[in-house]
Ligand binder design. Structure first.
Ligand code: FAD
Length: 323
């Protein structure tokens, strides 16, 4: 059996889980095994139908009062108990904050090796994984030992595809035996960031700003452009480190990985750590004064010039089209 851990926030699915299931389904087909998924917390049970569309034939639902909010060790212990009873051959987690954290705890508890950021698996004598390394700038082929095999799937590297089948999905509920210790780290409260609207990770259009924007106020134009295009604003690490934007809006290796239809990168040089977070965009438009900047040379489209002139011109043009 191939088992995928589903990342959700109080029942809202993180779509990277569907990319993981797409790789899981390929593995299940190649090894002639069923594809199963584990939902932690009964709050996630309604996701079952959505998972069925991706070829999941069996859903395990961990039921426990404490599991509806995220608690990494409790989530991991639930998975460990499931592994011990259901004995999957492979356990996958999505390449998300929760996916990495939970599977790392699982690996530690079972004393097993873990391969992160995999984009493919080849089943031959060895269990061979292809991993993204160095922020995606190189690919590594590695043989993964241990049983079950534990791996995370790199985010936005695989296109999520429904299976096209309409099989039945059986739901098995289990009650993990969790102690107080498993809840040492847990979400105890939530505070709004004060920013409403489309999330960076899900936006179809992202307008990003870097050092070239020059100030916090400089982002007003980017906000206006994003609103006009129904998108979200993000920033480089320089923009977040300088306090121009909140850290939650950082795009890159140590921020959010985005995969919009269009990314407009304004005054961003395109350092590798930023690039790995935006290369999943279908189209990139770079606005930069430097024609040699890596973001410009890698982008699908580029406009060379000062963003302080270009963004108001772009806004005016879009407004005209919308009239
Ligand atoms: P710069 O590199 O300074 O580029 C500014 C760009 O603006 C230049 O290309 C310039 O030509 C252009 N420009 C200037 N003025 C204008 C103007 N008026 N109009 C148009 N263009 C103009 N960075 C991230 O972004 N995300 C990460 O997650 C991240 N993680 C990191 C992790 C590690 C471990 C490390 C070491 C670094 C990380 N970084 C990350 C930092 C990264 O290496 C770069 O320093 C950063 O991305 C640069 O930000 P920038 O492009 O805004 O600034």
């Amino acid at each position: 059996m191939i088992l995928g851990i589903i990342d959700h926030d109080r029942g809202t699915l993180n779509a990277v889980s569907l990319e993981m299931l797409t790789l899981g389904r390929k593995l299940a087909e190649e090894s002639d095994s069923p594809l199963a998924a584990v939902l932690i917390g009964e709050v996630a049970r309604p996701l079952t139908d959505q998972l069925a569309a991706y070829g999941v034939s069996r859903v395990y639902c961990a039921a426990h009062d404490g599991l509806d909010e995220y608690a990494p060790e409790a989530w991991a212990q639930s998975v460990v108990e499931l592994i011990e009873t259901a004995t999957p051959n492979v356990v996958l987690a999505p390449g998300t904050d929760r996916g990495y954290e939970v599977l790392a705890h699982v690996a530690a508890r079972l004393d097993l090796p873990l391969a992160t950021n995999c984009i493919d698996v080849t089943l031959n004598d060895d269990f061979q994984v292809t991993r993204l390394r160095w922020g995606g700038s190189l690919l590594e082929e590695a043989a993964l030992a241990g049983s079950p095999k534990l791996l995370t799937v790199a985010p936005h590297a695989i296109v999520a595809e429904e299976s096209g089948g309409h099989g039945e999905t059986a739901v098995h509920t289990f009650i993990p035996s969790l102690s107080e210790k498993d809840f040492r780290v847990r979400v105890t409260g939530r505070e709004s960031s004060g920013r409403e609207g489309i999330s960076l990770a899900d936006a179809r259009v992202v307008v990003g700003g870097g050092r070239g924007v020059g100030s916090q106020e400089g982002f007003d134009g980017l906000e206006q452009l994003a609103t006009l295009l129904g998108g979200a604003v993000g920033g480089s690490r320089v923009a977040t480190n300088l306090g121009w934007r909140p850290h939650s809006e950082q795009i890159g290796q140590t921020g959010t990985r985005i995969a919009p239809d269009l990314y407009i990168a304004c005054g961003i040089s395109g350092a590798i750590q930023h690039w790995v977070g935006c290369k999943g965009a279908k189209q990139i438009l770079a606005i930069n004064t430097d024609a040699e900047a890596p973001m410009v040379t890698k982008a699908d489209y580029a406009v060379i010039g000062d963003l302080h002139d270009l963004i108001p011109a772009l806004i005016a043009e879009i407004q005209k089209m919308k009239e």
